[in-house]
Write a protein that binds this ligand. Structure first.
Ligand SMILES: [Zn+2]
Length: 407
């Protein structure tokens, strides 16, 4: 592996520290070997020196809530064959890397085999922490069958991960074990109604505490954790009772529940940009419109409530559909509710902590994996520059140059 000297950069290290102008970073064997001032590091023999010309050098971005597998969602022209499905999934994985994302967590619907294909170098992409199939109750958010349709599409292990519909603690336990056996790095379950599902009121409570606790127990036994889709405080409260660590969406969050989240050390992954995308989309079904309006009306207040309570707030886009682009728009959207620096930290250091990878990525620190990007522009002054992939001029993943558009 070629050593890289990224010289003459403005270093935005992901810790929340102010950007440091005229910095240099050396990567060797996939790790950050040294960080110093511009011109202070001599390039080792055989190293490639890149003059960043003052551009921003920052940690590779992270997305805690991706759905690479949900390429048919909202598609006018959903894939007709498994091959076409797989090709679209692979394309979205590649796009995420090109947009500067070096680690993502799939929030369900992606077979673990795609993460393995990235790991083994068969396809380009970010490091993927895959959940495999969602766990959902009958009639819950993950149960996408129409009301009078009983047949659920089967998963194809190694290719397609459809929802595991499971009812009762033993069935949930078994479904969690299946995902862990296939290599899921966390278990995803649906604990409340959702915007895009046909049959469930948004405020419906899905899974009993005992059912969720069975999944949590199995995940803990594997050294893993549970992430739960929860829109309302009632659902979050149940999830916290069961020991869930990562609360997804949390769009209608009251102060009492936020205080409990902070106390238990649970993370909130608000998903902001997808609400704006769906609001503009013509493909949102009628049954989703009122639910979408409700969530959109509450989410700003909920993020403010979480911040005030000291909840750790991560960053997840929830992008869906056949072509998933402008992934960093989530960070831009987040900065409407927080400071730009806070939005950046949520997508770097905080996401790394949520993924339990803070000892190796998420911040540019000597010894960490060399997961870094070079951005045209100053994201602290103009956060919107992150969302345009043309500004992502260099992507380095574990020391390998994955994209080079520096010219
Ligand atoms: Zn989701």
């Amino acid at each position: 592996m070629t050593a890289l000297l990224l010289d003459n950069a403005t270093l935005l290290d992901g810790t929340g520290a102010e950007p440091r102008p005229r910095a240099a970073m050396l990567t060797e064997e996939g790790r950050i070997a040294r960080i110093a001032g511009a011109g202070e590091i001599a390039a080792p023999a055989g190293a490639r020196r890149i003059d960043c010309a003052g551009r921003t050098l920052m940690p590779g971005l992270m997305d805690a809530h991706v759905h690479f597998g949900l390429v048919a969602a909202g598609a006018n022209d959903p894939p007709q064959t498994h091959l076409s499905y797989a090709l679209k999934v692979v394309e979205n994985i590649r796009l995420a890397l090109e947009e500067g994302f070096t680690t993502v967590r799939d929030a369900g619907g992606l077979d673990v085999a795609y993460a393995q294909a990235v790991d083994s170098g068969e396809i380009p992409g970010p490091r993927i922490l895959a959940s495999g199939s969602f766990l959902s109750i009958t009639g819950g958010h993950g149960d996408q069958r129409y009301r009078f349709d009983d047949a659920a599409p089967p998963s194809i292990p190694g290719l397609v991960a459809h929802t595991e519909i499971c009812d009762g603690a033993d069935a949930v336990r078994r479904a969690a074990r299946i995902q862990l056996r296939r290599g899921a790095t966390q278990v995803k379950l649906m604990a409340s109604g959702g915007v895009m599902s046909p049959n469930d009121p948004l405020e419906s409570l899905q899974f009993s505490v005992a059912e969720m606790a069975a999944a949590v127990e199995e995940a803990h036994g594997f050294g893993r954790y549970v992430m739960a889709h929860c829109h309302t405080s009632g659902a979050i409260s149940n999830a916290l009772d069961a020991g869930v660590r990562s609360i997804e969406h949390g769009s209608i969050l009251d102060a009492t529940t936020a205080a409990r989240m902070a106390e238990q050390g649970a993370y909130l992954v608000p998903t902001l940009v997808i609400l704006e995308i769906l609001a503009r989309s013509s493909a949102v079904p009628e049954y989703s419109r009122a639910k979408l309006d409700l969530v959109r009306g509450e989410v700003a207040r909920s993020v403010a409530t979480a911040r005030a309570a000291g909840v750790r707030i991560a960053s997840g886009s929830d992008l869906l559909g056949p072509r998933q682009t402008r992934r960093a728009s989530e960070i831009v959207e987040k900065a409407r509710h927080t400071s730009p620096m806070e939005a950046i930290v949520s997508a770097t250091r905080t996401n790394a902590e949520l993924f339990r990878l803070e000892h190796r990525t998420g911040t540019l620190v000597e010894g960490h994996d060399a997961d870094a990007i070079v951005i045209e522009g100053d994201p602290v002054a103009d956060i919107a520059c992150l969302a345009d992939a043309r500004n992502v001029r260099l992507v380095v993943r574990q020391g390998q140059v994955a994209k080079d558009a520096l010219g």
